[in-house]
Write a protein that binds this ligand. Structure first.
Ligand code: FES
Length: 114
């Protein structure tokens, strides 16, 4: 589920943090409704993915970053934080990636409108 490709008109953007709350190289864990997310700041750009590995549902957000890849701490699958794409085994399915924008100093994450 790559929500990044959704038409912004079909997204509802929710303010999740002030830009000062996630400095470069840091991450923030969030619960929005029933969804658990992690937002990364990589070189000043923000990326939001589901905090759940598609291999065995383990938490993913604590994984090490390698460029734009996050490495699952459980069995080492890699995902691209820009798209949620599963890059290596044992994960075979992509994870949700959400559009992120900055508006008036707030980081906003987009969710599909219900
Ligand atoms: S739970 Fe992430 S690779 Fe297994």
């Amino acid at each position: 589920m790559n929500y990044i490709q959704l038409d912004p008109e079909k997204c509802e953007f929710v303010s999740v943090a002030n830009v000062d709350e996630i400095s470069n190289g840091e991450r923030l864990f969030l619960e929005v409704g029933y969804e658990y997310l992690v937002v990364f700041n990589i070189a000043g750009d923000y990326y939001a993915i589901a905090d759940q590995c598609s291999h065995d549902d383990g938490p993913l957000g604590d994984g090490e970053l390698d460029g734009h890849e996050v490495v699952c701490p459980r069995h080492g699958a890699r995902f691209d934080v820009r798209s949620g794409k599963a890059l290596t085994l044992p994960a075979m399915k992509d994870i949700p990636a959400y559009p992120v924008r900055v508006h008036a100093g707030q980081i906003e994450v987009g969710f599909p409108k219900k």
